[in-house]
Design a binder for this molecule. Structure first.
Ligand code: F6P
Ligand code: MN
Length: 329
């Protein structure tokens, strides 16, 4: 007997039918899956084909653009366009908001096609991360940028590991694995473990003395209770936290010896990094806050590439650090 696994698309079909929803979201997710599979293919063969280097371009943030960033961007835009379902998209790889189908589209897609650039030259895990919001169906749509609490779904592919994690509004966070036919299968519900035994802390330890004093103190008092893990790619680091519990954090940098290197607003991007993991985390029973202890999902973006500090993971741990963050000074 052949053992058949439930596919992601079949899982989603059942989900939409159970909630009496349309198939538009399925069509959009089919586009995201096709994009992810193509990115996965280019990444896996990247070292052999010479695609893991720098492109020579520099983006508006003054960061070097990798060849894979451009390839992943081109692939994703192609599939979003062909879906016909997207009004506009925000991408880390594009300075401007990308108008896709302003008249006929139904969704907004905020994405980072290849996050975790420092892993690219090594072929080590990177992420394709995205958040999705839906247009106003009851009246005119003004196209404003949505806060995380208005996303209907958010997810990440860990490439080339072959895992896909998707948070669905009020319906949980689910993980899928890629099979030998490059199909994502075996829906598994993710719930953050209550038991602290497996909990991990994840942050760039070389930055710790540049954090606010209260954050440094919190780390000093708490770090020995948990294992420390850091991959340097948000999707991979958050993937671990979602499974094992604990917290990933990228605090604001406010005490750098070279003040020009301070990042009081944090490093990560709100719309396609911070809010994406915060959304999946909420659906798995966790939470996420910024440097002021404000829930990440409540932050209304005022610009599409807005940055944020991020503390995301198990509720108890994030709420504990949030009490410290809310005490200013
Ligand atoms: O651009 C975001 C990112 O690459 C994340 O994926 C990752 O968590 C973080 O930056 C790593 O930054 P750093 O190299 O400063 O630790
Ligand atoms: Mn990124």
């Amino acid at each position: 007997m052949i053992r058949f696994e439930q596919t992601f698309m079949n899982f989603l079909l059942q989900h939409q039918e159970k909630h009496n929803r349309t198939y538009h979201f399925l069509i959009l997710m089919d586009a995201m899956i096709n994009a992810a599979r193509h990115i996965q293919h280019y990444y896996l063969t990247g070292a052999l084909k010479g695609n893991l280097g720098l492109s020579g371009a520099v983006n508006v943030q003054d960061e070097d653009v990798m060849q894979m960033d451009q390839i992943a961007q081109e692939i994703t835009i192609h599939y979003l366009k062909s879906s016909g379902r997207v009004i506009h998209a925000v991408s880390e790889e594009s300075d401007e908001i990308i108008q896709i189908n302003p008249e006929g589209g139904r969704y907004f897609v905020y994405f980072d096609p290849l996050d975790g650039s420092s892993n690219i030259p090594h072929g080590l895990p990177v992420g394709f991360m995205f958040g999705i919001a839906k247009r106003n169906l009851d009246g005119p749509e003004d196209g404003h940028l949505r806060p995380g609490k208005d996303y209907i779904a958010a997810g990440m592919f860990v490439i080339p590991t072959g895992t896909f994690t998707l948070g669905l509004k009020e319906a949980g966070t689910w993980r899928f694995h890629i099979d030998e036919t490059m199909t994502f299968v075996r829906p598994t519900r993710m719930v953050l473990p209550e038991d602290t035994k497996t909990w991990e802390l994840s942050f760039n330890a070389s930055n710790r003395y540049t954090y606010a004093e209260r954050v440094q103190k919190w780390i000093m008092e708490n770090e020995s209770k948990y294992a420390f893990r850091y991959l340097g790619a948000l999707a991979g680091d958050f993937h671990r936290v979602l499974t094992n519990g604990g917290m990933f954090m990228y605090p604001a940098i406010v005490n750098h010896p070279n003040p020009k290197k301070n990042r009081p607003e944090g490093k990560l991007r709100l719309m396609y990094e911070g809010a994406v993991v915060a959304f999946m985390c909420r659906e798995a029973g966790g939470t996420a806050v910024n440097e002021e202890g404000i829930p990440i999902l409540d932050i209304q973006p005022s610009k599409h590439h807005q940055r944020t500090a991020l503390y995301v993971g198990s509720k108890k741990l994030v709420e504990d650090v949030a009490t410290v963050l809310r005490k200013k000074g």
